[in-house]
Design a protein around this ligand. Structure first.
Ligand code: GLN
Ligand code: ZN
Length: 775
């Protein structure tokens, strides 16, 4: 008999209970015990839901108060000295200090770094390791949770982040330090954990090694072999299940399936593990968990297609040793589509969140065991839903299809060369050298949020809300005028979120009421759902831009979100390639860009902060992704006249391997985060140059600190050492949304003063007067 498994379940609760409890604890409204009680209630609910769905292998230790990588660090005692806090609740205090930093009681430590979990929008806390790191079993979480579930009658499959992935995901002190030198001592601790879980009665232990779906060197693969040989020895009566996800095993397939573990879990929704299985087969004595239900999207599974796949897999695996599962943890999808009663019922029928995905898993397991006839009704209903979805006018708009037709985004290009554009823009804008600008948003202070809330609740009339927002724009423009910012922005007060704002005004998008997904810690996001062909029926930002421009003689910059970011930060349809969806988004943005140009905007910024995170996990796939992603940006921006300036913004400084693509965006100006990165970005410019204008951020907007004129001056000087003066712009690192005016006003004033001083040292003429309006 085949069985069913789940690999991980949403942690946050149906009504974000985890967020409420955790934040209540942070603000001391509840005690540590009360927090643990709330967490215990959530765990019990989750186990119950999975058992009720009919799942045979229910996970434990997939729950976390903040992050599972941080949990792993606590488990193996990798708590850097500066975070050690003693006394009552010291362990919990250390834990949250690593996650969020800690101030007070004579302590002032910044949080550990946080970064994206593979190519998801989940962020994990990056453990720190160095040659002196000593691993030691110092926590009891997996044991406690296993026993807790057992007491509730559920013999769970504990989940551990595998030792090799742990080390590969950690941050090492110095680039030359090889994290795998710590593998042997770490494997000892894991052996102890596994032995103890076996002792408590665990039959299976799921060890996640997602790093196996990335390119791995022979030395790294050898490390896997060494580690799993050691762990196999310690498993006692338990069986180790090596779980991979987010892609296929590639060339490592034979090695991984041959490791001394009892089971291997593979993702059959991304990459091509099916082909690898056909080519290499699978050891007869091992269990295979087939991840056929996509844990990364929100759509119903094509059950008939999954069944065919399972039947094919079944030819190569002993039926007793086949497990049906989602492709990865369900952490990345919302909890329950059935609660989205506000959605159109037809659309709702196409959605599968975590609970629905588990039903799909059990249906498929039933079919594997009892034949298709055993689940005839479910299959028929599924077939009908899929048929309606693909035929629906909601998903296919002939007008959009006619427009995208055979369009090749990689061919989109501006008519004039950068040099010609630069000359035309310089003549039009009349800016001084080292022009100053901002990335876009201005403080979304309490009053802005309150007004929006009241407006949405119907307590503030549309006209009044509009008046309120205009007054905010006035203030933002005034602050920039007073500081002397050469190319100001209107402040983006009308936008809560840079994706949602546009998605709400495009056709093809839907919005959930409760579809929260953990982004990091207690920060959850509710990504819009892109279900159908995208169209921009009416101009979106033109009136705001026009109003803002009417308040100043300086060239007011218009700001849009780019197609790749709109794609990346939404749940997008799975019935066509992402590239095709991005193409439609690009055309929608292009329409907006052209309307802005027609209205008179001389500078249009199209933000693409998500360009880099869309990179495939394997290097070989990068070029294809970058080709269409860059093409879509160009499709969105290339139709403007030479004298219209296109800017773009990205807020990260790791550009290793993609700088050519960034340059190929062909934006006239690139505004880019730089202040937090110790000039690693400038190093890239030094090495390879950059043939467009660029504004490396001169101060960190994540901190309430007001940077001094001298500090900013030092940064400008550093930029000028590697970039030609005539191509440098002066800007903060990112938008100012999370800051207060009390910080923004002096910071911008210092920034402009530092720019002016740098201009004089260039011995170039400084343009004193404000430039002529950009009309
Ligand atoms: N224009 C946006 C802002 O300033 C950019 C945000 C971002 O880079 N994530 O808020
Ligand atoms: Zn940014």
């Amino acid at each position: 008999m085949a069985t069913s498994a789940n690999l991980g379940f949403p942690r946050i609760g149906a009504d974000r209970e985890l967020k409420r409890a955790t934040e209540a604890y942070w603000s001391r409204r509840i005690t540590a015990d009360e927090l643990h009680e709330a967490a215990g209630r959530l765990r019990a609910e989750r186990w119950r839901a999975q058992v009720d769905a009919g799942i045979d292998h229910v996970p434990s230790n997939d729950f976390s108060l903040y992050d599972h990588v941080l949990d792993a660090a606590m488990l193996v005692g990798a708590v850097p000295e500066r975070f050690r806090i003693s006394g009552e609740d010291g362990e919990l205090a250390s834990y949250f200090a690593m996650a969020r930093g800690s101030q007070g009681a004579g302590r002032d430590v910044e949080a550990l770094e946080m970064t994206k979990w593979f190519d998801t929008n989940y962020h994990y806390i990056v453990p720190e390791i160095d040659a002196a790191t000593q691993f030691r079993l110092t926590a009891t979480k997996p044991f406690d949770e296993f026993s807790e579930a057992l007491a509730q009658g559920v013999r769970t499959r504990p989940v551990l982040l595998g030792p090799v992935s742990y080390l590969l995901l950690a941050r090492t002190a110095g680039a030359s330090f090889d994290p795998l030198t710590l593998l042997d001592p770490l494997a000892e601790v894991y052996a102890e954990v596994i032995g103890r879980l076996a002792g408590l009665g665990a039959e299976w232990i799921q060890v996640d090694e997602p790093c196996l779906v990335q390119d791995r060197s022979p030395a790294e693969l050898a490390a896997f072999e060494r580690a799993y040989r050691r762990l196999a020895d310690s498993a006692g009566g338990a069986s180790i299940f090596l779980q991979t996800y987010f892609g296929d095993l590639g060339a490592a397939f034979p090695l991984v399936t041959g490791l001394p573990v009892a089971g291997v879990g593979l993702d059959f929704t991304r990459g091509d593990n099916a082909a690898l299985l056909r080519r290499h087969g699978f050891p007869r004595d091992k269990t295979l968990s087939a991840g056929v239900v996509d844990g990364r999207n929100v759509w119903i599974n094509d059950l008939a297609a999954s069944l065919s796949l399972l039947e094919e897999i079944g030819e190569r695996v002993d039926p007793e040793r086949l497990i049906v599962s989602p492709s990865c943890s369900l952490l990345h999808v919302p909890l329950d589509a059935e609660r989205e009663t506000g959605l159109d019922p037809e659309l709702r029928g196409w959605l599968a969140f975590a609970r629905q995905k588990l039903e799909e898993v059990t249906t498929l397991t039933g079919a594997v065991n009892g034949g298709r006839s055993a689940v005839e009704e479910e299959l028929a209903r599924n077939r009908e839903l899929l048929r309606r979805r693909s035929a629906s006018g909601r998903t296919r708009n002939p007008e959009v299809r006619a427009r995208t037709g055979s369009l090749d985004p990689t061919r989109a290009a501006r008519a004039a060369s950068f040099a010609e554009r630069k000359a035309a823009q310089r003549a039009r804008l009349g800016l001084p050298p080292l022009p100053t600008t901002v990335v876009g948003s201005f403080p979304q202070h309490a009053e802005v949020r309150a007004a929006r809330r009241r407006y949405r609740a119907g307590a503030l009339a549309a006209g009044e809300y509009e008046r309120f927002l205009r007054a905010e724009v006035d203030r933002a423009v005034r602050v920039q005028e007073e500081a002397g910012v050469d190319v100001p922005a209107h402040g983006e007060f009308e936008r809560t979120d840079m994706v949602e704002y546009f998605a709400e005004r495009f056709e093809g998008y839907a919005f959930t009421r409760l579809g929260w997904v953990q982004s990091f810690g207690t920060r959850y996001v509710k990504p819009p759902i892109l279900y159908g062909d995208v169209r921009r029926p009416d101009p979106i930002t033109v009136e705001w831009w026009r109003y803002a421009q009417s308040r100043t003689r300086r060239p007011m910059k218009a700001i849009l979100t780019g197609p790749v970011t709109l794609l990346q930060w939404s749940f997008v349809r799975d019935d066509q390639p992402r590239r095709d969806t991005c193409l439609q988004l690009a055309l929608a943005v292009r329409d907006e860009v052209l309307d802005l140009e027609r209205a008179g905007a001389a500078v249009i910024q199209v933000d693409e902060p998500a360009l880099r995170e869309g990179l495939p996990l394997r290097r070989n796939d990068w070029a294809a992704y970058l080709a269409w992603a860059v093409g879509c940006f160009r499709l969105a921006t290339s139709a403007v006249l030479p004298e219209t300036q296109i800017q773009t913004h990205m807020c990260y400084s790791k550009f290793g391997g993609i700088m050519d693509a960034v340059e190929a965006l062909d934006a006239d100006v690139l505004l880019i985060e730089n202040a937090r990165s110790n000039e690693t970005l400038l190093e890239i410019f030094r090495e390879r140059g950059y043939a467009r204008d660029v504004g490396p951020g001169v101060y960190d907007i994540h901190s309430p600190r007001v940077p001094s004129e001298e500090e900013i001056g030092t940064r400008i000087a550093a930029s000028l050492r590697v970039l030609p003066a005539e191509s440098v712009w002066i800007t903060p690192d990112c938008g100012l949304k999370t800051r207060a005016y009390a910080e923004v006003e002096p910071a911008l004033a210092n920034m402009v003063r530092a720019a002016r001083r740098a201009r004089t040292s260039l011995r170039l003429p400084t343009a004193g007067a404000a430039p002529a309006p950009a009309r």
